[in-house]
Design a protein around this ligand. Structure first.
Ligand SMILES: [Zn+2]
Length: 165
């Protein structure tokens, strides 16, 4: 059971988050707002009695977030690097023009190369962003549930490691 869960009488028919079985109107349930939803009282008791399953859940979330991080960050870094280079080259081009100097091929080519890099990396980064954000939020919610500092991923890794999950 999490701190946010409260015991209520179900006003609506629904589905148990743990066993996916029906919850009829008028049943006493554990309820957690914010997407987690409802669980049968007996399903939650069983869940609470199985702490290693929850630690396994944390380990899985860490692994999934780690993989998403490895996919997302190099692409986002490429966007930022290309943008910095593009800004710099465009400033250089403006400087040449303002000073009445000849615009050299090298500057034009560099700007085109930066734009090409961005055209490849930007859509890819935008595509990966929602999954990255979702897995990060899930991991942070689990870390909070375990009363671990969201920044202290080492602690979570240590727990996962010690329990050999
Ligand atoms: Zn259930």
């Amino acid at each position: 059971m999490t701190e946010k869960q409260q015991k209520i009488v179900s006003k609506y028919a629904g589905r148990c988050h743990l066993c996916h079985g029906d919850i009829p109107v008028g049943a006493e349930i554990w309820w957690e707002p914010g997407g987690y939803g409802a669980t049968h009282i007996e399903c939650q008791s069983k869940e609470d009695a199985r702490p290693w399953d929850r630690i396994r859940k944390l380990a899985v979330a860490m692994r999934e977030f780690g993989a998403a991080y490895d996919r997302y960050h190099p692409v986002r870094h490429e966007c930022e690097a290309a943008q910095v280079s593009l800004d710099s080259n465009e400033r250089h081009l403006v400087g040449l023009t303002e000073n009445g100097q000849k615009v050299d091929d090298h500057t034009i080519q560099s700007i085109q190369r930066d734009r090409d890099r961005l055209a490849v990396a930007q859509p890819e980064a935008d595509r990966l962003q929602p999954e990255y954000d979702r897995l990060k939020a899930e991991l942070q919610a689990l870390l909070a549930e375990y009363k671990l500092d969201p920044k202290d991923e080492d602690a979570a890794r240590r727990i996962a490691w010690e329990k050999e999950v």
